[in-house]
Design a protein around this ligand. Structure first.
Ligand code: VG1
Ligand code: CO
Length: 544
């Protein structure tokens, strides 16, 4: 074993919203950079010696190198056993699943989620704790503090571990077990959903689907579960092989980046159902034939129908959504007579609620949906949930969603992103918004009257921690809302996210086009935030 002295080069503090370190590959390739983060994790957990860790990533460029570095370091630091997905691959939800099933101490995930990969792209690392979820903020802040104090890290020289052969190996005193990345996860899915019923639906020859793996981690999982286990036609999964640069795709499942899938669903001979996941497999996009289901609507719909699915037949104990997510799920919670919690952006905030048994399902507008089955959002889980509902209802996706709107009303919703802004400009825009908060209530903008405005602050009902400055909320009479916040996951400049929502209770108005309905709110958002003044941008760069 050797101890290396670290020239002081701490990684930057994490931005709010992310639960690990997400930077360009180039930054990660600097000497001692990754090692610094890993030693900070280890030093923050003095009891880690002898324990079991789960390690895997989404297969992006630098995945294998990073895993070898981490294996040498955790072995040198006395970790007892590591479970590594074959080829260094594990989706984020699968890591969460394996940590829980194996009773592991924690896990290390290598991914920058939906950010592009390749030598010019991004890389990331995050630590998950024993409940399977991302380390809470108190811990990630500690990693950063630790990195400032570090002057050395421990590693050993050893031949690279063979990541491609299943079974056990030794690395110094540590056991390295190469596991199949899919088995545990597929078992968990089988325990939650009615695989027989879904199989019958595919067998009937009346139902077709297209799933886009976006050349990222979910391809092998989707091909195995949908095609092998559930009988979807071969070829139902496209872009199914994880590639280091995702084949040049931007593995963010939205209407802009999942172009091939979206085009095929808006085609004359479209399949009945379309879906995609992101780089690390925790996000999902759901499409019907010529129809897009917003993530906020998807969450509300799954919640309203959860009792029909085997894993949730007892119903839901409570629901939660991130603050910018539309309030559609709030209406379902009200109808079910359960609590709906509003949390800051980022999955880690759901962890306490899930652990405390306060909620069963939760989700974010950013294509993230999940439940108490693990402690990460779960892309394929959401797709299977939809398949189970489709197999029960045997109706088109569009009919199921419009039926939901008839019952609960429709929350028209869109997100506008202004990407790669100068950080100073974005900060000044937010400061200007904050300075107006107290004067907005009562003001009329066109036909919309502001009833309240604040900078969202979350009081965790489980551990009483407080998270401030989580985004500006402006609420209007009748249920409309505008939310402004800065992204915590971007790696170039700042990204301003503007979330627009309008509630329409009347079914005869549910067929209106989203852009028309939200055009006034869009104008108001630009006016209140003075977007052009601060950023010189007239239109958003991405609309989802
Ligand atoms: C974005 C999304 C947020 C999500 C986060 C991580 O954060 O808006 O809802 O939790 O990405 O997702 P931000 O701060 O850029 O808006 V991913 O798929 O890393 O795991
Ligand atoms: Co992700």
């Amino acid at each position: 074993m050797s101890i290396v002295d670290v020239p002081t080069q701490p990684f930057d503090d994490q931005k709010p919203g992310t639960s690990g370190l997400r930077k360009s590959v180039k930054q990660f390739q600097q000497a001692h950079y990754l090692e610094n983060f890993v030693q900070s994790i280890v030093n923050s957990h003095p009891e880690i010696a002898g324990k079991t860790l789960v390690i895997g990533g989404d297969g992006r460029y630098y995945n294998r190198e990073a895993i070898q570095t981490i294996l040498r370091m955790v072995a040198a630091n006395g970790v007892g056993r590591v479970l590594v997905g074959r080829g260094g691959l594990l989706s984020t939800p699968a890591v969460s699943c394996v940590i829980r099933r194996a009773g592991a101490y924690g896990g290390i995930i290598l991914s920058a989620s939906h950010n592009p990969g390749g030598p010019q792209g991004d890389f990331g690392i995050k630590f998950n704790v024993s409940n399977g979820g991302p380390a809470p903020e108190s811990l990630t802040k500690g990693f950063y503090q630790e990195s400032l104090r570090l002057s050395s890290y421990q590693t050993l020289s050893a031949a690279p571990v063979d990541l491609d052969t299943l079974g056990s190996q030794q690395l110094d005193g540590m056991v390295v077990e190469i596991i199949d990345p899919i088995t545990d996860y597929a078992h968990l899915m089988e325990s939650l959903f009615d695989f027989n019923l879904i199989h019958q639906m595919f067998n009937s020859g009346q139902f077709t689907m297209c799933f886009d793996g976006m050349n990222a981690i979910t391809g092998p999982y989707a091909a195995h579960i949908f095609e092998n286990m559930l009988g979807a036609a071969p070829g139902s999964v496209i872009n199914a092989t994880p590639l280091p640069d995702f084949g040049g795709l931007h593995p963010d499942p939205n209407l802009v980046h999942a172009r091939e899938l979206v085009d095929s669903l808006y085609h004359a001979e479209a399949p009945d159902f379309g879906a995609a996941a992101d780089g690390d497999g925790d996000r999902n996009m759901i499409l019907g034939r010529q129809f897009f289901v917003t993530p906020s609507d998807s969450l509300a719909l799954l919640a309203a129908n959860a009792h029909l699915v085997p894993g949730y037949k007892q119903g839901v104990v409570g629901l939660a959504r991130s603050m910018p997510t539309s309030q559609a799920v709030d209406r379902v919670a009200e109808a079910l007579g359960v609590e709906c919690y509003e949390t800051p952006t980022g999955w880690k905030f759901f962890g306490n609620l899930l652990d405390a048994g306060k909620i069963t399902l939760c989700g974010e507008e950013s294509f993230g949906t999940g439940s108490d089955h693990i402690r990460e959002k779960d892309g394929l889980w959401a797709v299977l949930f939809w398949l189970n509902l489709l197999a029960i209802k045997r109706a088109p996706v569009q009919a199921i969603v419009t039926d939901h709107w008839r019952r609960f009303g429709r929350n028209y919703y869109v997100r506008h992103d202004y990407e790669a802004l100068a950080i100073d400009a974005a900060t000044a825009l937010m400061e200007n918004l904050r300075s107006q908060l107290s004067s907005l209530p009562g003001v009329d903008f066109g036909s919309q009257r502001v009833i309240s405005s604040d900078d969202f602050e979350y009081h965790d009902p489980v551990d009483a921690s407080i998270s401030s400055n989580q985004g500006i909320r402006i609420s209007f009479e009748g249920g409309a809302r505008i939310v402004f916040r800065l992204s915590g996951t971007g790696t170039q400049g700042a990204t301003l996210r503007v979330y627009l929502e309008h509630f329409e209770p009347q079914p005869e108005r549910h067929t209106l086009d989203t852009q028309t309905v939200l055009s006034e709110l869009s104008r108001i958002a630009k006016e209140i935030a003075r977007i052009e003044h601060f950023t010189s941008r007239v239109e958003p760069s991405v609309i989802t």
